[in-house]
Structure formats: structure tokens, C-alpha cells
Design a protein around this ligand. Structure first.
Ligand code: FES
Length: 189
């Protein structure tokens, strides 16, 4: 893992784009219906299995890319839980997201060792370059920027993780450019 170059994560579900694009189409909109159908299909195997709530949420997020409110309501309905209980469980775990995520996930470690060795400046540079703040996603859904606590590589501080891979310190300044180029190359190819 140490010193590995940035690589693409592979195919990315576009359902999040559909949900985002549906903003304003109303609860009866075609796209919303389509997403509801997807969630109901995922939930087929979990129906009425209350003990499988976390697994169900993981599966729905795997398909949609995040957990929109409509999806949580369907999960609640299918498992006979109150919506508030499903939302409470989903919000307890950091693995679940309530807004669409980018194709590329950049995480700047802001743990103590990384903080001392310049993490705030790195985070600030990424925020400036991407035009977003930490925990936000770019409008084109290419990048989500995160600030995380210690990722267990303190000896490499300051640490940046791009798509679950630690990026070499000397390559920090090239990460965004490289990921954008990879996206362009894959679009052409
Ligand atoms: S503090 Fe950043 S890896 Fe430990």
C-alpha cells in the first residue's frame, strides 16, 4: 500500500446522477420512480428481515452510491421499521452517506502527525483547486474531498488517500491533475 500510485476505482454507479438530475421533478417523477424501483429490487431479499438493516443499507448504498431520503423510507417500509430508526442507524455509521459522492474520493488525513507535518495546508490547497470545502463534492461529481482522522500511516505523514490508495508525498500536488487526466483518457478510450 505504501507509495502506490493513484489509480482509478473502476466503474461508478450513475444512479446518484439520476437522483441529482431529478431535483425538482417531484416525488412522482419518472427518475424518482426508477430509483424507487431499484431500491425495492435490492430490498427483495431483505424484506421483513429486521436483523439485516445494516446489510440492506450497505447494499442500497452500493447500488445508488449514497442513501437518499427516499431510499431510506423504502428500506424502513420494507423492514417494518419507523423511518427515524432507520435514519438513526444510518447516521450512526460513518460508512453511510446522505449526499452523492464523486467518482474520485480524496481524503486528507488531519490526525495529529499529519497535522503537524502540513495537512491543513494540503487540505486548503485541494479546497482551492477543487472549489469546494472538505466533505463536499464538486458539481460535476468528479471529486469528493474529505478530512479524516489518522489512517494508520503516521510514518508517511502528511498522508493523502486517493480512491483508497495512499499517494506518495512528493505526488500530492499532482493528484488532481492525474485523476482528471485518467478520467479523460478513459472517456476517450
Ligand atoms: S495522523 Fe495521519 S496517518 Fe496517522
Amino acid at each position: 500500500m505504501v507509495g502506490m500510485a493513484v489509480q482509478e476505482t473502476g466503474s461508478v454507479c450513475r444512479c446518484a446522477d439520476k437522483i441529482s438530475d431529478s431535483a425538482g421533478s417531484g416525488p412522482g417523477g419518472q427518475v424518482v420512480d426508477e430509483v424507487s424501483g431499484i431500491v425495492r429490487e435490492v430490498m427483495t431479499k431483505y424484506r421483513h428481515h429486521k436483523g439485516m438493516l445494516v446489510h440492506a443499507l450497505q447494499d442500497v448504498q452500493r447500488v445508488l452510491g449514497y442513501l437518499p431520503e427516499d431510499a431510506l423510507r423504502i428500506v424502513a417500509e420494507e423492514l417494518d421499521f419507523p423511518f427515524a430508526q432507520v435514519y438513526g442507524v444510518a447516521s450512526f455509521y460513518t460508512q453511510f452517506y446522505f449526499s452523492p459522492r464523486g467518482k474520485n474520493i480524496l481524503q486528507v488525513c488531519v490526525g495529529t502527525a499529519c497535522h503537524i507535518r502540513g495537512a491543513p495546508a494540503i487540505l486548503g490547497r485541494f479546497e482551492q483547486e477543487l472549489g469546494i470545502k472538505a466533505e463536499e463534492t464538486t458539481a460535476d461529481f468528479e471529486f469528493t474531498l474529505g478530512a479524516v482522522s489518522c489512517v494508520g500511516c503516521c510514518g508517511l505523514a502528511p498522508v493523502v488517500v486517493a480512491n483508497e490508495r495512499v499517494v506518495k508525498k512528493k505526488d500530492h500536488h499532482k493528484i488532481i491533475t492525474r485523476l482528471r487526466k485518467q478520467a479523460e483518457d478513459s472517456a476517450v478510450g
